[in-house]
Design a protein around this ligand. Structure first.
Ligand code: GLN
Length: 191
């Protein structure tokens, strides 16, 4: 299995480390040709406005969108989740626009800008997952095709899946818990 990690800006190195720990071949993706032959792609957290403009400069946005429509499994974390959304409450971002979620950027206000929360994510088993939130977005709305995977105690949606597309508002690559990555690999492997 070969997984690409979009390596334009943000926390891509941490995703590559997590995938190495799972003994998966990884490709840092900076050019469209590096998307060829991948079994999955991770779009990391970072600054979605910056990643947008770099994706446009390197002609990656249209190609990623086309591959996603053709079933390429993609995991978007934090800014990566914003980039998967069909609707973003911000004009500075031009998302890849493939997932039926409406996302609000920097949604937690100053006091809760960054926080950790133990999340119940039934698809990962009973043990709570350590959610690390950094200037995180939230999912305001989902369409019928989208399965909600995790919510905060106040019901805010923070992880979702639509077929082979997976998105979370938190940073699984910044914890030692590899279950979220493993779950993505199972999707990439056809489960
Ligand atoms: N605040 C960032 C954005 O709007 C996302 C933060 C992150 O990826 N940690 O793009």
């Amino acid at each position: 299995m070969k997984i690409g990690v979009l390596a334009l800006q943000g926390a891509f190195a941490e995703h590559i480390t997590a995938l190495h720990r799972l003994e998966v071949e990884t490709v840092p993706v900076r050019l469209p040709r590096q998307l060829v032959g991948l079994d999955g792609l991770i779009i990391p957290g970072g600054e979605s406005t910056t990643i947008t403009s770099l994706m446009l400069s390197y002609n990656l946005r249209t190609e990623i969108s086309r591959l996603a429509e053709n079933g390429l499994p993609i995991l978007g974390t934090c800014a990566g989740m914003i980039l998967l959304a069909r609707e973003v409450s911000d004009d500075g971002v031009e998302p890849v626009s493939v997932m039926g979620i409406t996302v609000r950027r920097n949604a937690f206000g100053r006091q809760r800008e960054s926080f950790e929360a133990d999340l119940e994510i039934p698809v990962l088993g009973e043990k709570p997952f350590p959610g690390v939130f950094i200037r995180a977005p939230l999912i305001e709305q989902v369409t019928d095709e989208v399965e909600v995977l995790a919510r905060l105690d106040d019901n805010t949606i923070v992880a979702a899946r639509q077929g082979t597309l997976l998105a979370c508002a938190f940073h699984p690559e910044l914890t030692d818990d590899l279950r979220f990555h493993r779950y993505f690999l199972s999707i990439a492997g056809g489960e």
